[in-house]
Write a protein that binds this ligand. Sequence first.
Ligand code: ADP
Ligand code: MG
Length: 178
Amino acid sequence: MTEELLSRRVYLGLGSNLGNRVARLVDALDALVAGGIQIDAVSALYETPPWGVTEQPSFLNAAASGETALPAAAILELAKHIEADAGRDFDAPRWTARPIDVDILLIEGETIATETLTVPHPLMHERGFVLIPLVDVAANVDHPGQRQTIGQLAGALPDSERTGVVEVEPAGWYPAAG
Ligand code: ADP
Ligand code: MG
């Protein structure tokens, strides 16, 4: 008998800092929908300074929420397919320029710690470029490890994580259903 997973909500973080960044984000969201995640809420679009390796173009970041019955490993596989299709060089050093980055931030009711997948995403609760977009679609959602809501975590960010994250396009730049 195959295991049937109930549909639950997943929250994704997206970022692009190479090429036509908006087109890469739109393509990624379309591909998530085509791959079986019913995206029904997408944040505003934010421009953020590069993180980690700072000599690279700035990022456009967004967060999205949707329902899916895909197992967590299949969601990660879908994310990696989307990154590969956009021409991401997986041999490039970590935190350097990439056409698209798709991260699994939260999965409703699940915490995961394997070699390839950690959910909630390990550093999301301290990064402005993740939390600020995520507030748009998940303000009242609990972070299971931090025992605070996304809105509370974002409100507690230091100025250094907050000031660089600038809204450049209100929600609606991607026409999510629902
Ligand atoms: P980052 O997103 O931190 O800039 P990468 O996108 O290069 O780094 O991801 C590196 C690896 O992180 C991926 O190959 C993936 O296996 C792993 N990973 C662990 N947890 C997650 C998660 N929640 N979402 C996406 N990737 C994850
Ligand atoms: Mg990633």
